[in-house]
Every structure is written in structure tokens, then in C-alpha cells.
Design a protein around this ligand. Structure first.
Ligand SMILES: Cc1cc2nc3c(=O)[nH]c(=O)nc-3n(C[C@H](O)[C@H](O)[C@H](O)COP(=O)(O)OP(=O)(O)OC[C@H]3O[C@@H](n4cnc5c(N)ncnc54)[C@H](O)[C@@H]3O)c2cc1C
Length: 401
């Protein structure tokens, strides 16, 4: 057993870090306050190969593995601690992959090259006003009429509404086509919103990760070409779950990156801040907290990298059962998010008033990480629900599956 990155991954990590330190870190404060990731930087990410990292070269990707995708997410989270840039990156990485795996050739040719070039956005539209956790109970419908897919309903708290409205791209949208069929009554459809008179969109102001928008999309008899249907009409639910399994380790890695950055800042501060005649780091109340943070971060990081490795083994070598993947993915997202939240909170406390101010990046990191605790890419209790389901079986789920 070897826990170290191989030479190729080490080199990738080094070059990604150098690129992001140069191009992203200096603009990260502005990304949050100006509420936009500059288009020039998105283009630079594309030129570097970060948008579509795991996609096939046919569509402009570089066919990297999930370990590389996790390395990039960690480094992006480190360079932009608000995690807004990481959200942009990981939505493209995971939901474009679902399009590449299951979409029609027409849709792939239309969307993927523009995504890998940094022109178009790609996200997920699953959550609805009555709740996001219970994906099976969505109300948005889709019917096939005269070779068109007609979508009706509302999606809310969707990341990238402004970006897709302004620049193009779309969403893997989870819709119901036959309520009598349970999981199999759910399909996945690509929906676009730019210059689309059949949709109404709006932005919802969030407390954090200002660089990427969140909003709602109302579909009013919105027609889409049949080529926008993703894969088998009866497998949309499963595509959504697969997309979440790809996205969540990247969320976890972004949280790890943000927490590493915060801990670096925190350790440096407590070594140098003199209080009652000695550095704060000499007081065990603070030193032990820092030690625990360090250990928990190492543990979370190991779990996230193990999950990425398992995903690669699952896809490339057909190793592991899907239930093992589900468990590890959910565990990674839960542990990394919670650990990052605790570390950012501790580092803020060590800094006193300075930590609460906008002079330091800690406050924007904390606001960003919280999005992942409350819900983005699945609420924390839902991660526990998934692990419980895989440990105890469906008979022990709180609600009838
Ligand atoms: C910043 C941000 C960006 C987002 N971006 C997107 C996006 O791009 N696309 C998208 O589709 N969605 C997006 N979401 C929505 C996200 O997926 C949902 O927040 C999430 O699925 C939870 O849904 P909900 O917020 O409606 O909460 P609910 O599902 O109503 O849940 C409320 C609370 O109850 C808990 N809960 C629910 N069921 C159970 C249970 N059985 N047992 C115990 N506790 C339970 C949850 O953990 C949660 O704390 C985003 C959310 C945020 C905050």
C-alpha cells in the first residue's frame, strides 16, 4: 500500500498550484465582492485544461482521472477560499461527464467543446421549492410532443443561473415523465435558458460564495429538442445519483483546500501573536485545538483521496460495488465539509476581531463552506442517510423508498 501521489499526479498538483497562486489567489477577494469570476480567468482555466479535465479529448478534455480532478478541486479551494471558483469548476466537471457518458452525440457536439473552452456553463437543476433532498418527489414534468421535450415546473437554488443566462450552456435537469413508475418515472434533460422566452429566471442572493450565482428557473411549456434527452428516459434518477457521486468528492476536496489554507493562516498567526507575554500557540487551549484540527484534516483528506481512487478503480477496473462507492462518497462529503467548517471557525476565533473582519479571507471561506453544510450537492443529514441505507439496508430507511 502506497499513500503517496505518483510522479504524474505530484507534477500536476505542483503546476496547478503554481498556476492558481499566480492567476486566482490575487483576484479571489474581488471574486467574492464583485460577485463574478472574471471571464478572462475562466478562459485561462480552460487553456490550462481545468474545464473538462476528465472529458475525452474529442470534446477538448484531457482524459484525466478522478484523483487529478480531486487534486484540482483541492487547489482551487485553496486559492479561492470562498469556494465560488471551485463550485464553477466542479459543476462543469461532474455534470458534463454525465452528458458525455449518456447524452446524444448531437448534444455532446453542441455543448462539450464550448464548455471545455470556457465559453458555456454546465450545472444541475434538481432542487424545487418544496424541497431538494427528496429527489424522487420532484414536480417538474416532461412530456414528448411532436419530437420536442416539453418541460413544466420550477427549479430553485440552482447554481449558475446568471452564468448560463448571460453566456450560454445549460443544466442537467431532473424531470418526471411518469409518476406511476417511481424511480423509473424520472428522466434527465438538458435545459438551456439563454435568450429563451419560455423560461423565467431570477437570482437569489446568498450569504457566501458570491462569485457564482444561485437562482430559480421556471419552465412554462418550454420546448427542447429530443436530442437534449439524456440517455434512457427511465434512468434519469440514476444519472442524477451518479453525477452527485462524481461531484461530492470534488466538493469535499474544495473544502479540504479551503481548510488547509485557513489552517496555514491560523498556525502562522498563533505562533506570532503574543498574549499575556507569550505566543498564543503556547497555550494548550489553543495548541491542542490546532493539533486536533491538523489531525482531522489529514483524516478527511485521506478519505477524500481514497474515494477518488475507488471511483477510478470502479470505472476503470470494475472494482468495488456501487454501495461501497455511495458510502465513501457520502462520508467524504460529510467529513470534509464539517471538518472545514470547524477549522475555519477555530481560525476565526484565534484571530479575534481580525478574524471576523474582511481583512482576512477566513470570513468568506466560512460563508462558502456553510453552503455545503446546509445543502449544496446534498445536505449533511442526507449524507448520513445514504451511509445508513448502505449499512443497514433500505428497510431501515425512515421513509418508504
Ligand atoms: C449555495 C447553494 C447552491 C445550490 N446549488 C444547487 C444546484 O446547482 N442545483 C440544485 O439542484 N440544487 C442546488 N442547491 C440546493 C441543494 O441541493 C439543496 O439545498 C439540498 O438538496 C437540500 O434541499 P433543501 O434546501 O430544499 O432542504 P430540504 O430537503 O427541505 O431539507 C431541509 C433540512 O432537513 C434535513 N432533512 C431532509 N430530509 C431528512 C431526513 N430524511 N432525515 C433527516 N434530516 C433530513 C436536511 O438535511 C436539511 O437540513 C444549492 C443549495 C445551496 C445552498
Amino acid at each position: 500500500m502506497d499513500f503517496s501521489l505518483d510522479k504524474e499526479h505530484e507534477l500536476f498538483k505542483k503546476t496547478v498550484r503554481e498556476f492558481l497562486q499566480r492567476e486566482l489567489e490575487p483576484i479571489s477577494k474581488d471574486i467574492d465582492s464583485k460577485k463574478e469570476i472574471p471571464r478572462e480567468f475562466i478562459k485561462k482555466m480552460a487553456e490550462f485544461g481545468l474545464l473538462g479535465l476528465t472529458l475525452s479529448s474529442e470534446y477538448g478534455g484531457i482524459e484525466a482521472d478522478n484523483i487529478s480532478a480531486v487534486i484540482a478541486a483541492e487547489e482551487i479551494g485553496r486559492a479561492d477560499i470562498s469556494v465560488a471558483t471551485a463550485v464553477y469548476y466542479l459543476l462543469l466537471a461532474s455534470w458534463s461527464k454525465i452528458l458525455e457518458k449518456y447524452g446524444t452525440e448531437e448534444a455532446k457536439q453542441e455543448f462539450l467543446p464550448k464548455i471545455t473552452k470556457g465559453e458555456w456553463f454546465m450545472g444541475i437543476a434538481s432542487t424545487e421549492p418544496h424541497g431538494g433532498s427528496d429527489v424522487l418527489n420532484i414536480n417538474t414534468t416532461m412530456k414528448v410532443e411532436h419530437n420536442n421535450l416539453i418541460v413544466n415546473g420550477e427549479k430553485i437554488f440552482i447554481s449558475g443561473v446568471k452564468e448560463a443566462s448571460l453566456y450560454g450552456g445549460g443544466f442537467v435537469t431532473i424531470v418526471k415523465h411518469d409518476p406511476s413508475k417511481g424511480h423509473r418515472g424520472i428522466a434527465a434533460v438538458l435545459t438551456t435558458i439563454k435568450d429563451n422566452e419560455h423560461v423565467e429566471t431570477g437570482i437569489i442572493e446568498n450569504m457566501g460564495r458570491g462569485g457564482i450565482s444561485t437562482g430559480y428557473i421556471k419552465y412554462n411549456d418550454t420546448p427542447y429538442p429530443q436530442e437534449y434527452l439524456i440517455g434512457d428516459m427511465e434512468r434519469g434518477f440514476y444519472y442524477a445519483m451518479e453525477g452527485f457521486n462524481l461531484a461530492r468528492p470534488l466538493v469535499a476536496a474544495a473544502c479540504i483546500g479551503a481548510a488547509e489554507k485557513a489552517l496555514d493562516i491560523g498556525l502562522d498567526f498563533i505562533k506570532n501573536r503574543i498574549m499575556f507575554g507569550r505566543p498564543l500557540a503556547k497555550y494548550e487551549a489553543i495548541q491542542f485545538e490546532a493539533v486536533e484540527d491538523y489531525i482531522k484534516l489529514e483524516m478527511a483528506k485521506d478519505l477524500v483521496y481514497k474515494t477518488a481512487w475507488m471511483l477510478d478503480e470502479y470505472y476503470r477496473n470494475k472494482r468495488f460495488a456501487l454501495s461501497d462507492i455511495n458510502k465513501m462518497v457520502a462520508a467524504s462529503k460529510w467529513i470534509a465539509t464539517e471538518t472545514a467548517y470547524n477549522i475555519l471557525t477555530h481560525v476565526m476565533m484565534w484571530h479575534g476581531a481580525l478574524g471576523y473582519s474582511k481583512e482576512l479571507p477566513i470570513e468568506r471561506g466560512l460563508r462558502g463552506i456553510l453552503s455545503y453544510l446546509v445543502g449544496a450537492e446534498g445536505a449533511i443529514n442526507i449524507m448520513k442517510l445514504i451511509i445508513g441505507r448502505e449499512l443497514f439496508g433500505r428497510d431501515f430507511m425512515p421513509t418508504k423508498p
